[in-house]
Design a protein around this ligand. Structure first.
Ligand code: DGT
Ligand code: CA
Ligand code: CA
Length: 576
């Protein structure tokens, strides 16, 4: 079975979790976590590098030890250290980590003090009031755990877009190699660029469905075939992702793609409009009685019901149909519109590559400027910078900018917003920078009013320019903190500062609905990679996908501006 980067990343992540539950050396744990992140973000499959005999230690963050593990997993399909950890710890203990609010440290304590090994045991411990007595937990935490366990039980498993993309890509390569296949497209929520997908919906254009199905069910990543017929199949991959496959003839392409892209709500609304015009829309075409009037292309489907073409990211029945009817659809921002990236890290804090290499990688993908924004001193786990270290980096950036051509580095910081709304570095230091990104990295549980006030207060700081990952959620792992986003957006507008749309696949934060809100309030959004390695710029595409879901156009996005315009926009903020 081919091993994907997401599989390797998941294995390393699990090793790190289990080591942490065991209380192993933090450096060792960090090495696996970094390895997992690097692997998860690589744009190309590591398996292919191994097959080509490449030296994996040339990848950032991958030492001899991890390279050996990767080779072992790819060549044998097994991982001996993970097997050993599974023998040493209770079999289902890592399941506990799926409960929001429970990290390895807490699981370790729950296991040692209460012998909690499963989610059911956790629920019982919380219900019986045994958790509150553990030092550092308390009654409130106990209640939160109980709620989270109950929410977890009702929750269906969804997979992050960037992870699904890796599996989708290999399936598409496989399907295209089947004789007779003319076209392959991934539809469903994947095409709509939702942050997570429930399953993959793949559309294949071929003259003979049965031939395609025969080959497809032999795909070696399939664990279970749920159902298979001549035109449709549904399977479960070994990674846990479900795939629905549909085969149609060429002339149905547009109608089928439209049907399977959804969303369900959008589809229902379109069919209702069709009905009013005496038309019928299904996955084979648009019909007037028995006469087929459209369906070769998606454009023809929309045209038949009197609408302009609606891009997939907007198809949620959230006003796009009215906008299409009125000719008011936005001209959505595209990846190629981005001219810079305003959030990146280097080895000076917790990044994996040097200033120089990050600059070259940004230039390579066509960017004209890149802001270097390390963590500030408070975030010690990420080697945050103090004033002196930051000043040194600024000097280095000045020197480097003289040598670099085609790319300009901007001087910045991702400064911690303290719980009282202050910033983690003195004004005099921040004043020297081109950009000051404020970020909440602690105190996630503050009550709504306090959390909102904290952020508004940070924005009042004369040098504050951009609010990082505004709601703080980690997809499927940590809920957003409770804030009044409209107040924050309005305050940003008043202060002349900006909001980030953090493009990391774990974050995708600003949320799509808040992008729309920012647009309405006239507050520009910056689509940033938050790159920690040269490969992370690849993630900008997911940020753009989310921005498109939030109706953003080129003019609504800060980093579509030229370097000169960016400089003056950032300066204007500071002088307010
Ligand atoms: P997901 O998979 O939960 O992330 O969300 P979607 O939007 O990909 O939903 P999914 O996979 O259930 O279906 C994909 C699209 O196919 C859906 O948006 C509309 C269409 N579709 C699927 N099954 C049906 C159905 O039984 N009736 C109708 N009208 N449409 C369907
Ligand atoms: Ca789907
Ligand atoms: Ca489906």
């Amino acid at each position: 079975m081919p091993v994907h980067n997401a599989d390797l990343a998941a294995i390393f992540e699990e090793i790190a979790d289990l080591l942490e539950i065991q209380g192993a050396n933090p450096f060792r744990i960090r090495a696996y976590r970094n390895g997992a992140r690097i692997l998860g973000d690589l744009p190309h499959e590591v398996r292919l590098l191994v097959e080509q005999g490449e030296d994996l230690t040339r990848l950032p963050g991958i030492g001899v030890d991890l390279a050996g593990k990767i080779n072992e997993i790819i060549s044998t399909g097994r991982c001996s250290i993970l097997e050993r950890l599974h023998r040493e710890l209770p079999p289902h203990i890592s399941e506990l980590l799926k409960i929001p609010g429970l990290g390895p440290k807490r699981v370790r304590v729950l296991y040692h003090d209460l012998d909690v090994q499963t989610i059911e045991q956790l629920r019982r411990a919380a219900k019986d009031g045994r958790i509150r007595s553990i030092p550092g937990f308390g009654e409130k935490t106990e209640l939160n755990i109980l709620r989270a366990v109950e929410a977890h039980a009702n929750q269906s498993r969804r997979i992050k877009l960037a992870v699904a993309a890796q599996y989708a890509e290999s399936i598409c390569v496989f399907l295209r190699s089947i004789p007779g296949v003319q076209q392959v497209a991934v539809a469903g929520s994947f095409r709509r660029m939702r942050e997570t997908v429930g399953d993959l919906d793949i559309l294949v254009i071929a003259s003979s469905g049965s031939r395609v199905m025969q080959s497809f069910t032999g795909y070696d990543e399939i664990a279970t075939v749920y159902s298979v017929g001549d035109t449709r199949a549904s399977v479960l991959l070994k990674c846990g992702l479900q795939v629905d496959l549909r085969v149609v003839g060429q002339h149905c392409y547009g109608a089928a793609l439209h049907y399977f892209t959804g969303s369900r709500e959008h589809g229902i609304a379109i069919r209702r409009i069709a009905q009013q015009r005496g038309l019928k829309v299904n996955e084979y075409g648009v019909y007037h009685g028995f006469r087929r009037v459209a369906g070769d292309s998606e454009e023809s489907v929309y045209q038949a019901v009197g609408l302009a073409y609606i891009p997939p990211e907007l198809r949620e029945d959230r006003g796009e149909i009215e906008a299409a009817r009125a000719g008011r659809l936005p001209h959505l921002v595209e990846l190629s519109d981005l001219r810079g990236d305003l959030h990146a890290h280097t080895t000076a804090s917790d990044g994996h590559d040097s200033l120089h290499d990050m600059a070259l990688a940004a230039k390579e993908i066509g960017l004209e400027y890149l802001a270097i924004t390390e963590h500030s001193r408070r975030l010690a786990v990420a080697h945050g910078l103090d004033s002196l270290q930051l000043a040194r980096q600024c000097d280095e950036i000045d020197r480097l900018n003289e040598q670099l051509c085609g790319i300009t580095l901007l001087k910045g910081i991702e400064v911690d917003i303290l719980e009282d709304g202050g910033l983690d570095l003195p004004d005099s230091v921040l004043a020297r920078l081109d950009i000051v990104i404020g970020a909440v990295h602690s105190g996630f549980d503050l009550p709504r009013a306090k959390q909102t006030k904290r952020i508004l207060c940070a924005m009042d700081h004369p040098n504050f320019t951009l609010l990082a990952h505004p709601c703080g959620r980690l997809i499927e792992r940590r809920a957003p903190y409770d804030v009044d986003m409209l107040s924050i957006i309005r305050h940003a507008g008043k202060r002349g500062c900006f909001l980030e749309l953090n493009a990391h696949p774990e974050r995708l934060d600003l949320l799509d609905i808040h992008c729309q809100m920012a647009k309405e309030e006239g507050v520009l959004v910056s689509i940033n990679s938050d790159a920690h390695s040269v490969f992370d710029f690849h993630n900008l595409r997911y940020g753009v996908g989310q921005a498109r879901r939030g109706w953003l156009e080129k003019k609504d996005v800060l980093n579509t501006r030229s370097l000169t315009d960016i400089r003056s926009l950032l300066r204007r903020t500071m002088s307010v």
